[in-house]
Every structure is written in C-alpha cells, then in structure tokens.
Write a protein that binds this ligand. Structure first.
Ligand code: AHR
Length: 311
C-alpha cells in the first residue's frame, strides 16, 4: 500500500492493507442498501481496510468526508457523487495529495477528467431509453382510458443527480418515436418511497387521465403504488408503472402485477471496484469508463428470477 513509511497519523497501521475511503450518497433506497452491502462485503473479502462514510444525501457531507480521507492519507478514494456538479475543488485537493479517485455509480460533470482515474457504473441514459422503448412498444395497452393519448407522469430522482438527468433524457428520446405519448407532469421524489408516494398523491389530484407512471427508481414506484391504491385504483392495471433498479421489493411488485416493467440497474459494484482500486494503486492502466451490464424484466421474467435474486 502507498502507506509504507508514513507516520502513525496515517490511515492504517498495517502497511500491507489497501486503505479505501468510500463516500456513499446515503441510504435513500433499496438499491443504495444493496450497493453499500456489496462494497463492504467486497472490501472485506479483498482484505482492504474500508473507511466508509454516509453523506445522508448531502453534497457538503461528501466533500467533508473526502477531505477527511485526504487528511488520513488513504490509498484510494471512491465515491458516488450525490449530484453532478461542484466537485472540482475537492478533487484537485485529492490529486495534489497524490490520492487516486474512482467514481462509482454516478458521474461528475467536470471538464478535467484527470481528476479521477475511472468511472464504474451504469449507463443511465440507456436505462431511460429502455424504459421509453418498452412504452412505445406497448403504447396501445398503456392507453388505459382509451382516449388515444398516453399520458405519463414522471417521478424524477434527486435533482441534479446523474441518474435523474440521464434517465429523463433517455426516456424523452425514446418516447419521441410515438407522438401519442406525452409526459404531462414531472417532479422529483428524491429517489425515496415516501416522496414518491407524496408526489403521486398530488399528481392524482392535479392531473386528468394519468395512464402511466415512469419512476426513476423502484422505491418511488413503490410509493406511487401506495398512493394509487389509496385512491381506489389498481396499480399495473388502471395506471401502468415503469421503474428502474430491479431490487427485491420492486421485483415482487412486478411479479404481483403492480408494476408493468423494470429496467435493471445493478448495485453490486463492490467486486469490480476493489479490482479497479488495486490496479490503480499498482499504477496499471485502467479504462476511463467501465459500464455495468444490465437487463430488463417483464412481469413473467420477474416471477421466474425472483427465487434466486440476491438483493
Ligand atoms: O445512482 C443509482 C440510483 O440511486 C438508483 O437507481 C436509486 O435507487 C438510487 O437511489
């Protein structure tokens, strides 16, 4: 590890162990919980010392955590940025300290790509496109009230985050293929179940003829299900629901017919992250971008894979 020869105030007393500082977004969703577990278990398995920080959804907490990792002279910093912008200053500090940074899950918006070594995570634009393509293919069925228009309400992820920006963009691109499909209302539910429910309640009060909900993650879709049921409607039938993630609760709702389609976003990034960290510390070349492989699930496919689903 890069700690050899450093003083007692350094991150670890064990010079052989790689010390990783990981600044997590928070615990906003089932996806995030699975992601945190994957990172902790993989660090353990790889024999790394993991310094884990939960930013509780706040960028300033993540910046503080990164600064503290720099002070502790960790070998590598990995983090999943809450939002895309505002990282250049702290990343320059890490660079000046000679500590490599790996982005996981979410990207940063910067012109200086030398501020990080690699970015491991999903293609969020593609996820949004897959959701939109399914809707285009199933538009006739999704026109629940049969008025010739498919009215979609969108539950957006955290404002300013890469997945919220990219999924909305991918979805809009795909549905442009069918002019009968229109996003009639769109608001953030911050990737949480509670807010997804609240925003859906307000959509049900303010919007006429909602045919489809597109939720940027399962948790908000699950919140929307509660709101739809409370309004005396049948989710999956009276209102079609498309979500992204494919965590256990979402897959159960899909198999039960309450969600109609899920685009997978894989949270199990731990093993690849540990490999990349080792390569970076050893000075090996790593690809600038490592894209996670993902699939999609219909209701039938969810029922089939559920018994073996890890998370
Ligand atoms: O960045 C990945 C997204 O963040 C997941 O889709 C969502 O559930 C999480 O909160």
């Amino acid at each position: 590890a890069a700690l050899a020869g450093c003083s007692d105030s350094d991150a670890s007393g064990d010079d052989d162990k790689i010390v990783m500082g990981f600044a997590q977004v928070g615990a906003e969703s089932g996806w995030r919980t699975a992601n945190t577990e994957s990172i902790k278990a993989s660090a353990d398995e790889a024999g790394y010392e993991l310094k884990f920080s939960d930013a509780q959804g706040k960028q300033e907490n993540q910046i503080k955590a990164i600064r503290s990792f720099i002070q502790q002279k960790v070998d590598v910093i990995a983090f999943s940025p809450v939002v895309e912008t505002g990282w250049d200053a702290v990343l320059q500090e890490a660079k000046a300290a000679g500590i490599p940074v790996i982005l996981t899950d979410r990207a940063v918006d910067t012109e200086d790509t030398s501020l990080y070594e690699t970015f491991l995570g999903s293609d969020f634009v593609l996820e949004g496109e897959k959701a939109g393509e399914w809707l285009v293919e199933n538009a006739a069925d999704a026109d629940v009230d049969g008025d010739g228009d498919v009215n979609v309400v969108q539950l957006e992820g955290t404002t300013g985050s890469a997945p919220a920006i990219d999924r909305a963009e991918g979805f809009a691109t795909a549905i442009a293929a069918d002019p009968s499909i229109e996003v009639t209302a769109s608001q953030t539910g911050d990737f949480t179940r509670d807010l997804g429910k609240q925003v859906m309640e307000s959509f049900l009060n303010s919007e006429d003829g909602i045919d489809v909900v597109f939720a940027h993650n399962d948790d908000m879709g699950l919140g929307a299900i509660e709101a739809i049921e409370a309004a005396g409607l049948e989710p999956g039938v009276d209102v079609k629901i498309i979500t992204i993630d494919a965590v256990h609760d979402g897959m159960e709702a899909l198999a039960d017919g309450k969600i109609n389609f899920i685009v997978e976003c894989n949270p199990l990034l731990g093993p690849q992250l540990m490999d990349l960290a080792e390569q970076v510390i050893d000075g090996e070349e790593v690809p600038e971008r490592v894209v996670t492989e993902e699939t999609t699930f219909t209701q039938e496919q969810a029922a089939e894979v559920l018994p073996d689903r890890q998370y």
